[in-house]
Every structure is written in structure tokens, then in C-alpha cells.
Ligand binder design. Structure first.
Ligand SMILES: NC(=O)c1ccc[n+]([C@@H]2O[C@H](COP(=O)([O-])OP(=O)(O)OC[C@H]3O[C@@H](n4cnc5c(N)ncnc54)[C@H](O)[C@@H]3O)[C@@H](O)[C@H]2O)c1
Ligand SMILES: [Zn+2]
Length: 617
């Protein structure tokens, strides 16, 4: 296993080279066939891939490149000549009526232009109409209806033979058990679709698996594919799966005459028919040129994160069925369709170190340093590991290969370690026993997930409290960002929040990089911050669980901060929108003499601590 992964890495590296010599090509082609077959097995059979899709597509593309250059190297067992993987033997095998192929896919808009040019040339037409459909990211299925009844449901399998999962598919409410095909003159029909799981349900499913100690699914697609192949239909029905049907691949009348090309005629009609008969169908749009196709693809790329289901791209199909035969197939994909894939969301990389950061409230967060890896055009070098439980639950170790995901605006996170590739030097990640900043004892309260440094004078905490106080959400002191605070803190000019209001020109002049002008600017900004509305001052204190919204509620409920300090737990809890936990946190904060002292000092320095609406008290 480790060897196979090592080989994978070597081949991914080799795929980057522009020039390949024939002897290398020969060697790589053989290696790629073996390696891709292994990844296919992990992905299609075990539903547990160990590399990202982009990495897989890179290997596949590399093999295609070699085979195009030296066609004699194409062997009948090459992954480019077949799709999917062997069926598992856990289910009965069924032969598909027409091959259930993969799609030729690309991450590049230029491929759409090339595809359109080829289709136009081959069909001798100036303009071709296409349908552009969502590429739903789940598991492919095939359904057969005879006499208006669902008689068979299968997985794609190796494209020629699939697994009979009729019993499982019958549990999906989105698959009608009967549909009135006969009223359209159809006696027997084979339709194709995708079974997918909602993003939300996928997250819930993984949460439950985690709680029960089961391995996590790497993504929604693997979860859908894994669910479909459960042995007990009862369990399948609990997985919240939905079927979307996007293709009629075969349709005949009572006399076995074709209805598909002759009567239905095009993809748009096929989808409409499926929809009328009660099937879930993905949204489709028509386009008359490559340019229009690209515009639609870009629009969906921007909208994909908000969609309830995972979509990994769009499928572009020639609308008119009459052209299908002319354009034909390869053993891997039809030539009348292609997939345009969105930039990747996952990648694998190596976790090289773990740093422990101390937050403003003393919470200690482990942060993993990664070998830089690009996901969707952004280079990721580190990722939070949240807390001790997260590391233990996922069994993440130092020097592990990890799958990292970054979706939309979501902060990158570790999906799981690739345990199969765990090197001998891998080490369990141990939490420090002392605060990495001040060396004080750290503490984990029952029911909390965080370890905390409880030293009120902990340097790391002090600095971050000052940073938070001056920040945009706090007192909004312009020119006093994270870096400036860092300098003022290190130079010893500011050690506690009130020190901000005792800075003067001469001191600032002693720090390199502070000119006369920038010093004046900063001092003016500090002066201006003295009269900020009360909610800002409350927010800037960094009380646990108190954010902008709560700060507003608190500020509106009192005439001055002094009043808030004196409030009992009960009084705090009676305020609108303040729950017992928040009330508790506020109460505990103001019970600490250190905090009251700081507020007194701020007031003395001229910071307004009363509410603007009840001025001058
Ligand atoms: N990470 C890995 O180890 C690994 C291994 C094998 C495959 N893969 C991934 O899987 C891909 C190959 O899988 P594939 O053969 O299923 O191809 P694919 O997912 O790239 O595209 C083909 C499939 O798209 C689905 N589809 C969704 N919406 C559709 C629509 N509207 N019209 C038609 N089809 C639609 C169908 O199930 C069809 O079979 C690879 O490109 C790779 O990204 C990854
Ligand atoms: Zn500390």
C-alpha cells in the first residue's frame, strides 16, 4: 500500500514534465495502468479514496497523453479503455442495455471550445445546440421500467455490467415505482441518473459515524456511493438519498421499435418527459455556442457553494439525438458529451509540524503546518486542528498524509488522515503540559473542548487582548493593527490595554519605523477612540461569548458600564436575547478585580464609559 502511494507521488511529479522519452513513456504507461486501477478500486469499490480527484485526473490525463503520442502503447486493459471498477460480488450482476460510460472531462474552458469545434466539424453543421446540465456529484444509477413498472435498478459497475441494487433503490422516495411511460408509447425504457446526498445530510452522517467510531467518508459522493451499496435496504432508507435522472438511454415501443431517436428526438424533450412522469431532473439550459456554454458554466461556478447538493461541474451534451450515432463513443466516454469540472476543493499533502497558539482568552489551539498545496488556486500552508478531541477523533498524527478541503469561503480543514500511508516516523500529537507562551499550568474544564492557560498575565493573551481592543470590531483605532500592536508590545510601550492611552510622541519616536507624521496620526486615532459608542467598548473587552450583537444589547440596556459591572446574574439573564451561559460569562468577567481596575483606568484616561443617549452623567 505504501509503495503504491509512493509510486503515485512519483508519477504525479513525472506528469509535470513537458518532454517524455519513448522508453520512459513505455515504463510510465505500465505503471500508470497499475496505479490507476488501484485508485479505481479504492474509489469505486471501497468508497475510500486516498488521493484527491484532481490528482487522479492528473494521472489519468498523463496516461492519455502518453497513449495519444504512442498509440501502440494502448493496451486493452488500460484504464482509458474502460470505466469504473470490477463489480464486488456482494450483489447480483446485471448487464446494462446500453453501456454506462464515463464522461470526457476537463477543468479548462478551452476544452469546451475544442469540443464544439470537433462536434461541428464531424457533423458538418455550422451551429450546434447543446444542453448544459448540472453535474451532480454522487453515484451513477441505471433504472429499467417495463410496462410502467420499475423492474431493475443497478450501479454503473464496469459500465457493461452493474450491481443489482433494485431493493435499495426502491427505498428512495424520489424514484417512482410506477410511471406512465405507456401513455407516450413506451413499453420498455432504461434511464440514467445520479443518487446524491445533501451536503447537510453528509455532514450529519459523518458526525454520527464519528460518534460511533466508524471511518469518515471523504466527501458526499463517496457517502452516496457507500450508502447505495449497503446490504440492508432499511439502512439505505435512512441515509437521505435523492435520485436525479438526467438521461433516457434506451426506449422502445411494444413492437420493440426505437422511440428515443424517432419520437423523443432530443435531450430537452427527454428531460421534459421525465419531469412530467414524476422524476427529479437536474436543471438544464440550452446554448447555441461554446461561448454561451462557458457563460453558463461560469455562472454556476459562482453559485455552486450555495447549492444544497455537491456539484462538481457541468455536463455539456449535444441536444439532437440524431447526431449521437454519427459522433459515436470511445470505450470510455460518448463523443457527444463532455464534463466541465470546477476547480478542486480537496488535495492531499503532508502534515510537517504542529504549533500551539494561545488565544485571547487563553485557549490553546493546535495549528498544523502543511507542505504547501494549492486548492482551487489558493496555496494552503497551515490549517487549524481546533482542539485535542478533533485530533484524537480523526487520529491525525505528525508526518501523516492528510486530505485537506477548502470550499468557497469556508476556512480550510483536515478531512482525514490517509492512515494507509502513515510513515514509520509518524508521531502521536501530544498537547503541551504548560502554556507555550508563559509556561504557566494549563487547564481543561469538564465539558469544554479547550485547554486554557489560566495565567491572567500571560504575554500571548495580553497582546491579543490589546489587538482585539484596538481592532475594527472593537474601539476601531486606525493605524493600530496586529503588526503595530506587536511592535508596541515587544518594545514594552504597551503591556496592558490602558497603556494605549498613555502613549506620547517621544516614546513612539524611539521605535524604528515611526516617523513624526505616523506617530501623530496614531495618537489622533487613539484620542478619537475615547468617544466611541458604548457597545464598542463592551465588545472590545473580549468577554467570552460576547460579540457585536450581545454588546449592542448590553449597551442599550444600561446608562453606563458601571451599571453593567454591578448587575447580578439574574438581572443579566433577564435582558432580551441573553441566555444563562452568556449572562454567566459576563458576570464572571466583571467579578475579577483586574478587569474592574482596568475599566477604572480607562475612564480616568478619558475613555467614555457611559451611553451616548444618557449623556453627561
Ligand atoms: N480520488 C480518486 O482516487 C478517484 C478514483 C477514481 C475516480 N475519481 C474521480 O472520478 C472521476 C471519474 O468518475 P466517473 O467515471 O464517474 O466520471 P465523472 O464523475 O467525471 O463523470 C461521469 C459521471 O457523471 C455523472 N453525472 C452527473 N450528472 C450528470 C449529467 N447531468 N449527465 C451525465 N452524467 C452525469 C454520471 O454518473 C457519470 O457517470 C475522475 O475524473 C475522478 O475525478 C477519483
Ligand atoms: Zn500563558
Amino acid at each position: 500500500m505504501k509503495d503504491l502511494l509512493k509510486h503515485t507521488r512519483q508519477l504525479l511529479k513525472a506528469a509535470k514534465s513537458d518532454v517524455i522519452h519513448k522508453t520512459d513513456g513505455q515504463k510510465y504507461a505500465a505503471q500508470l495502468s497499475t496505479i490507476i486501477a488501484w485508485h479505481d478500486h479504492r474509489y469505486y469499490v471501497l468508497n475510500d479514496p486516498v488521493i484527491s480527484d484532481v490528482e487522479y485526473d492528473t494521472l489519468f490525463g498523463f496516461l492519455k497523453r502518453i497513449e495519444t503520442r504512442w498509440p501502440a502503447l494502448v493496451s486493452p486493459t488500460s484504464p482509458t479503455q474502460r470505466i469504473g471498477a470490477k463489480v464486488t460480488g456482494n450483489f447480483k450482476t446485471v448487464a446494462h442495455m446500453t453501456p454506462m460510460l464515463s464522461l470526457d472531462s476537463s477543468y479548462d474552458a478551452q476544452a469546451i471550445i475544442d469540443f464544439d469545434a470537433r462536434v461541428r466539424k464531424q457533423s458538418g453543421k455550422k451551429i450546434i445546440t447543446y444542453t448544459v446540465e448540472l453535474k451532480l456529484d454522487g453515484a451513477g444509477i441505471s433504472l429499467i421500467y417495463e410496462n410502467d413498472c420499475l423492474v431493475k435498478g443497478a450501479t454503473r459497475g464496469d459500465g457493461v455490467n452493474g450491481e443489482d441494487i433494485t431493493g435499495n433503490l426502491r427505498t428512495l422516495r424520489s424514484i417512482p415505482l410506477t410511471a406512465r411511460f405507456s401513455s407516450y408509447g413506451i413499453d420498455k425504457v432504461e434511464i440514467r441518473g445520479e443518487v446524491i446526498i445533501k451536503k447537510e445530510s453528509f455532514r450529519k452522517l459523518n458526525k454520527v459515524r464519528k460518534a460511533t467510531g466508524l471511518s469518515l467518508f471523504a466527501n458526499a459522493r463517496n457517502a452516496a456511493a457507500g450508502s447505495l451499496r449497503l446490504q440492508d435496504p432499511e439502512n439505505v432508507s435512512q441515509r437521505d438519498l435523492t435520485a436525479w435522472l438526467y438521461q433516457i438511454s434506451y426506449a422502445v415501443d411494444k413492437g420493440k421499435k426505437d422511440v428515443l431517436i424517432n419520437k423523443i428526438g432530443n435531450q430537452e424533450n427527454a428531460i421534459r418527459l421525465l419531469r412530467i412522469l414524476g422524476f427529479n431532473t437536474p436543471e438544464i439550459q440550452k446554448a447555441g455556442s461554446a461561448k454561451e456554454v462557458i457563460t453558463i458554466c461560469e455562472r454556476w461556478n459562482a453559485a455552486r457553494e450555495a447549492f444544497l447538493y455537491e456539484i462538481d461541474g457541468l455536463v455539456i451534451k449535444v441536444n439532437d439525438f440524431a447526431r449521437y450515432n454519427m459522433l459515436g463513443f470511445t470505450a470510455h466516454h460518448p463523443k457527444w458529451a463532455m464534463a466541465y469540472k470546477f476547480a478542486a476543493k480537496q488535495a492531499t499533502t503532508i502534515l510537517t509540524a504542529v504549533h500551539f497558539q494561545v488565544g485571547r482568552s487563553g485557549a490553546i489551539t493546535p495549528v498544523a503546518v502543511l507542505e504547501p498545496v494549492s486548492i482551487g488556486g489558493v496555496t494552503i500552508t497551515s490549517v487549524s486542528l481546533h482542539n485535542e478531541d478533533f485530533i484524537r477523533d480523526k487520529d491525525i498524527r505528525l508526518f501523516d498524509t492528510v486530505i485537506v478541503e477548502r470550499a468557497g469561503d469556508v476556512i480550510p480543514y483536515v478531512v482525514k488522515p490517509v492512515k494507509e500511508n502513515r510513515p514509520r516516523r509518524a508521531r502521536i500529537i501530544r498537547f503541551p503540559l504548560k502554556c507555550p507562551s508563559c509556561g504557566a499550568r494549563i487547564n481543561r474544564t469538564k465539558g469544554e473542548s479547550e485547554w486554557r492557560c489560566i495565567n491572567i498575565n500571560c504575554q500571548a493573551q495580553l497582546k491579543q487582548r490589546i489587538q482585539h481592543f484596538a481592532s475594527k470590531q472593537g474601539m476601531d483605532i486606525s493605524g493600530m493593527g496586529v503588526k503595530t500592536v506587536d511592535r508596541l508590545f515587544t518594545s514594552g510601550l504597551i503591556q496592558r490595554v490602558p497603556d494605549i492611552y498613555h502613549l506620547h510622541h517621544r516614546q513612539l519616536g524611539s521605535i524604528t519605523g515611526f516617523g513624526k507624521q505616523s506617530a501623530s496620526k496614531l495618537l489622533n486615532a487613539i484620542e478619537a477612540s475615547k468617544t466611541r459608542p458604548l457597545w464598542r467598548l463592551i465588545n472590545s473587552l473580549g468577554i467570552d461569548l460576547v460579540g457585536g450583537r450581545t454588546a449592542h444589547i448590553l449597551a442599550n440596556s444600561v446608562t453606563s458600564l458601571t451599571e453593567l459591572i454591578k448587575m447580578s446574574r439574574k438581572e443579566l439573564e433577564s435582558l432580551p436575547g441573553i441566555g444563562s451561559k452568556v449572562a454567566d460569562s459576563i458576570y464572571v468577567y466583571f467579578k475579577q478585580p483586574e478587569h474592574v481596575k482596568m475599566i477604572r483606568e480607562l475612564k480616568k484616561a478619558g475613555v467614555k464609559i457611559h451611553n451616548a443617549t444618557t449623556a453627561l452623567v
